[in-house]
Write a new protein. Structure first.
Length: 143
């Protein structure tokens, strides 16, 4: 599969996965993570979203020097998204460790939720700016 095809698959997967991540995040915020099954579900789908995000970044910027490459990007939205992504991932890992140890909601989890919502809002804006990438195009007639 060519890089552009991989990017299309990855972007569609991210577009699909953002919905359950957002819905489960809203549910956890509303219930303070009181249902362990909801927390586990969120951890699983958010982990998939995290892996897809890393794949997306690697397809766009290769595997090394992400901090330097992001600092040189023209788009301030993409730079902000990068920092929100890092904060969301790190706070999510910390919240997950706390939850696995205590099975209770923590201030770290609450902060993670707020940062995560900010990241998803910026990610939606990032996606809307690139909607043309998702357009279906007829393949060229090849003989």
């Amino acid at each position: 599969m060519k890089k552009m095809q991989k990017l299309k698959v990855c972007n569609w997967a991210l577009l699909i996965m953002i919905i359950p991540v957002l819905v489960s995040g809203i549910e956890l915020e509303a219930t303070s993570g009181s249902d362990p099954a909801s927390v586990r579900y969120h951890i699983v789908i958010a982990s998939i979203f995290l892996l897809l995000s890393v794949w997306h970044i690697s397809l766009n910027l290769s595997w090394s020097g992400w901090f330097k490459k992001f600092s040189r990007l023209k788009s301030p939205v993409t730079r902000i998204l990068w920092w929100l992504f890092l904060l969301t991932a790190l706070s999510g890992i910390a919240a997950e460790i706390h939850w696995l140890a205590t099975y209770s909601h923590s201030p770290v989890g609450a902060i993670h939720g707020k940062i995560g919502f900010a990241m998803l809002i910026v990610a939606i804006g990032h996606t809307l700016k690139r909607l043309r990438f998702f357009a279906f195009k007829r393949p060229l007639n090849r003989r």
